[in-house]
Design a protein around this ligand. Structure first.
Ligand code: FES
Ligand SMILES: [Fe+2]
Length: 452
């Protein structure tokens, strides 16, 4: 993976409390160094495979100064290229104004400046007055530069580092733990993006812990307790809920409501979640939850309510051609509810839906980022909606996400305060924060968490 700095200031297991200095969030020098030390070294999630289904379909992916074209070059192959014309450096494919990225379909790429043309394999097929170069444009000098690209989980992954480790090695152990969920079969229900006034780490860290739930989302406290763990997993980390013995299903996302009558509170939680977050559930789960009071007798024990709710929804989905993944409860307990994929992607997985976040730096400004969220579910063959990335002002996001957003600019501002002594993440519930910074320090050579 290229050069990794030696600094590991925290013990790898991160069980002990650490202090994270504000440098990684606020320093312009740190943000500048990220381009070469981080973004040009790691594997990055660049889009979904379903975005480039037909031969010639392509997307672009931008990360600071770099831009990559990913194209389906044949029925069973995708390729990625640096999005720059080898003639005089024009960006080859422009992003239409206001859009997150370019996406379309074409038989070849023609540069808008002097017309150099490239086929779907990146090979130059046309140069006006080529003889003028006296035969020197050979050996690939006139072709597009190749970028390493692989797929996993239904996502396209790219790295700008020709020496980077293979994707499978990079994603370990996250990929193996998530494989049983069949994430590659899910399709987006909605996809939104926005530019925030905070560092990309502040945005990602708003979603990598359950410690904030009781204060930032007080409405959820009516539905149960949301104390959850976080574990360091090599480069990555994951989070999940603590669940009572015998109710390991509850450590996953499909959770029962708490209280006297779980038939009613599960319905309340499902309706609230659907209406106010539009994530982490599906219309089938909501519909079956709303029937629990009619289909189960009063006093049904929670474990039976949970089993009935999930198995009924699973069966009704199967009847319309939607097959949920089968994952045993012990695996669910270990896999938790979300994985933070280093450095800037989170997968909130379940057997029938997922919620994913990504944040990227915006123009190298440490105080800004591009934040995006996508919600996926399983659809019957051929019935998935065609969704586009929609630029969405904060006030137009689901209300629960708006609650998360209220902290972002305020955290960024607070971290610059001369009196701020560094972040002190909860060593049990917010270990993902410590994990991110421990791993960042390996790439950046600075800014790592310190033990007390
Ligand atoms: S810069 Fe692309 S053809 Fe000249
Ligand atoms: Fe939240």
């Amino acid at each position: 993976m290229g050069e990794i700095g030696k600094i590991v200031q925290a013990p790898e297991d991160l069980v002990a409390p650490v202090n994270v200095p504000p440098e990684a969030y606020t320093s312009p020098e740190y943000a500048r160094a990220e381009r070469d030390r981080l973004w040009r070294k790691v594997w990055l999630q660049a889009g979904r495979m379903e975005d480039i289904e037909q031969v010639g379909a392509y997307i672009t992916f931008d990360i600071l100064d770099d831009s990559v074209i990913v194209v389906r070059s044949s029925a069973d192959e995708i390729r990625a290229f640096h999005n720059v014309c080898p003639h005089r450096g024009r960006k080859l494919v422009d992003t239409p104004p206001g859009q997150r990225n370019a996406h379309a379909s074409r038989p070849n790429f023609i540069c808008g400046y002097h017309g150099w043309t490239f086929d779907l394999e990146g090979t130059n097929t046309y140069i006006e007055h080529q003889d003028d170069w006296q035969g020197h444009l050979c050996g690939g000098l006139a072709d597009l530069g190749k970028v390493r690209v692989e797929s996993w989980g239904g996502w396209i992954w790219i790295t700008l580092d020709p020496e980077a480790m293979p994707l499978a090695e990079y994603l370990h152990p996250a990929a193996g733990m998530l494989d049983p969920y069949g994430l590659e079969k899910m399709r987006p229900r909605w996809r939104k993006w926005v530019v925030f006034d905070c560092n990309w780490k502040v945005a990602m860290e708003a979603f990598c812990e359950t410690y904030h739930v009781s204060t930032t989302h007080p409405e959820f406290m009516e539905f149960g307790q949301f104390r959850g763990w976080a574990r360091n997993q090599g480069l990555h980390s994951n989070i999940g809920y603590d669940a009572a013995k015998g109710q390991e299903e509850d450590s996953g996302k499909l959770r029962l409501g708490a209280g006297e009558d779980p038939r009613l509170t599960t319905a309340d939680m499902q309706n609230f979640t659907w209406q106010n977050a539009n994530t982490n559930t599906t219309t089938t789960l909501v519909a079956v939850a709303n029937r629990l009071k009619d289909e189960l007798p009063e006093g049904t024990p929670p474990a039976e309510v949970s089993a009935y709710w999930i198995s009924t929804a699973r069966r009704e989905d199967a009847e319309r051609g939607v097959e949920w993944a089968q994952v045993d409860p012990q695996h669910t307990a270990k896999a938790g509810t979300a994985w933070q994929i280093f450095p800037n992607f989170q997968i909130g997985h379940a057997v029938n839906n997922m919620l994913c976040y990504q944040a990227r730096p915006y123009k190298g400004d440490p105080d800004k980022c591009i934040f995006e969220a996508a919600v996926y579910e399983l659809y019957p063959e051929g019935e998935a909606p065609r969704t586009e990335w929609e630029y969405t002002e904060p006030a137009d996001w689901p209300p629960v996400l708006q609650q998360d957003f209220t902290n972002m600019a305020a955290v960024q501002q607070g971290m610059k305060n001369v009196g701020f002594r560094g972040a002190q993440p909860n060593p049990y519930m917010e270990r993902s924060v410590a994990s991110l910074h421990m791993n960042l320090a390996k790439f950046m050579g600075t800014g790592g968490p310190k033990t007390y």
